[in-house]
Write a protein that binds this ligand. Structure first.
Ligand code: NAD
Ligand code: DAU
Length: 355
């Protein structure tokens, strides 16, 4: 039975990926997650009792734990989502980013290589190590510059993107030096259900519903390329199936929007979906706040490689994906309550001064 060792599968993208995978016939998933503030078992509640899914609370820096999982479950693929993922937190406290994103990925690579090197030849050939990375490793684009291609040089600007870039380089080296069949995906900004509300879109949705300020950094004209989370997960599955070992694949939706456009669209959809709200028009809650230090101006992905070589294309439009996302937050108050823990409140208070 195909067995996936997935790391970070209780986080935003990882949970969408394992929920989709466990639904497939004849697939087993071993899901390793440290359950940091960003991990949440409620996100994978529907599959917690599923016999095809095993959840392990563990840290990807723990070599012994990983070695035991490789020995016991003999996975045919590793998909590495586990990471510290929030740029603002990486500016305030970069240590955890180096620990998990660099040392954690290194430890996972070491244990995967040690397991893989003992496999019979056909197992060795079919094994895959897929590392989930970001467009931020390419740095920042000026308006009008062509979108990032896989051949662009790495110029990471934040502690977060620098730690992801370091991990990407290690993955590349493990293929080049040891022949480990690695794949790296570099994706643009995701949005969708179950995203921790420190990121732009869920933060705006939840603050707007409560009549709290909608903090927009700088002039609000920074541009991101937005992709619905299920489209990202479909791209990862495509790369696992058809990607060429040692290659990297850029993933994006050609959906560039300024932050102002994004926040205004969230507000418009909320005005429509919550007509009884006393905070309508929600746009009136927007406030411009101090910019993020070193704030990258624009990201845009050229995904022609994955489109032409592997046949992947995004299915969701921004308008429909955003509507689905907002409806999900409206329909899951129990999940929302569960993530508003002490850690979340502390972050809101220290970063925004919002109680
Ligand atoms: P997330 O912060 O929502 O989830 C990360 C998960 O990793 C959490 O469940 C957390 O508990 C777990 N984790 C953290 N440290 C760990 C450790 N040491 N050991 C085991 N588990 C640990 O992140 P996300 O947004 O779902 O991102 C997933 C991956 O995709 C990351 O590698 C991120 O860099 C990448 N990515 C994210 C986006 C995006 O827009 N969110 C875009 C491109 C790439
Ligand atoms: O590009 C891919 C990356 O996208 C991923 O690798 C990261 O893990 C993910 O967090 C995301 O990084 P960003 O920094 O682009 O996402 P964030 O949601 O933090 O911010 C999106 C934009 O919105 C960015 O230009 C900063 C701005 N912003 C963000 C917050 C939280 C605001 O204006 N106000 C805010 O309060």
């Amino acid at each position: 039975m195909p067995t996936y060792l997935v790391t970070g599968g209780a986080g935003f993208i990882g949970s969408s990926f394992v929920l989709g995978l466990v639904g497939q016939k004849g697939v087993r998933v071993i899901n390793v997650d440290a359950l940091t503030y960003a991990g949440n078992l409620m996100s994978i509640e529907p599959i917690l009792e599923d016999p095809h899914h095993t959840f392990v609370r563990g840290d990807i820096r723990d070599a012994e734990m990983l070695a035991g999982l490789f020995r016991e479950h003999k996975p045919h693929a590793v998909v590495n989502f586990a990471a510290e993922s929030h740029v603002d937190r990486s500016i305030v406290a970069p240590d955890a980013f180096v620990q998990t994103n660099v040392l954690g990925t290194f430890t996972l690579l070491q244990e995967a290589r040690s397991y893989w090197s003992e496999l019979p030849e056909d197992g060795k050939r079919s094994f895959r190590f897929l590392h989930v990375s970001t467009d931020e490793v390419y740095g920042s684009l000026e308006p009008g510059e062509p979108a990032f291609r896989e051949t662009n040089p790495y110029t990471p600007n934040s502690p977060y993107s620098a730690s992801k870039a370091a991990a990407d380089h290690l993955v590349r080296a493990y293929h080049h030096t040891y022949g480990l069949p690695t794949l790296t995906t570099n994706c643009s900004n995701n949005y969708g259900p179950r995203q921790f509300p420190e990121k732009l879109i869920p933060l705006m949705i939840l603050n707007a519903l409560e009549g709290k300020p909608l903090p927009i950094y700088g002039d609000g004209m920074n541009v991101r390329d937005w992709l619905f989370v299920d489209d990202h997960c479909a791209a990862i599955s495509t790369v696992l199936r058809r990607g060429r070992p040692g290659e990297t694949y850029n993933i994006g939706a050609r959906c560039e929007k300024t932050n102002l456009e994004v926040v205004k669209t969230v507000c418009r959809i909320l005005d429509e979906l919550v007509p009884q709200s006393r905070f309508r028009p929600h746009e009136s809650l927007m406030v411009f706040v101090k910019d993020r230090p070193g704030h990258d101006r624009r990201y845009a992905m050229d995904s022609s490689k994955i489109e032409t070589e592997l046949g992947w294309k995004p299915a969701e439009s921004f308008e429909s994906g955003l509507r689905r996302t907002i409806l999900w937050y409206l329909e899951h108050p129990r999940w929302v309550e569960s993530v508003r823990s002490g850690a979340y409140r502390d972050w809101m208070k220290s970063h925004y001064g919002i109680a």
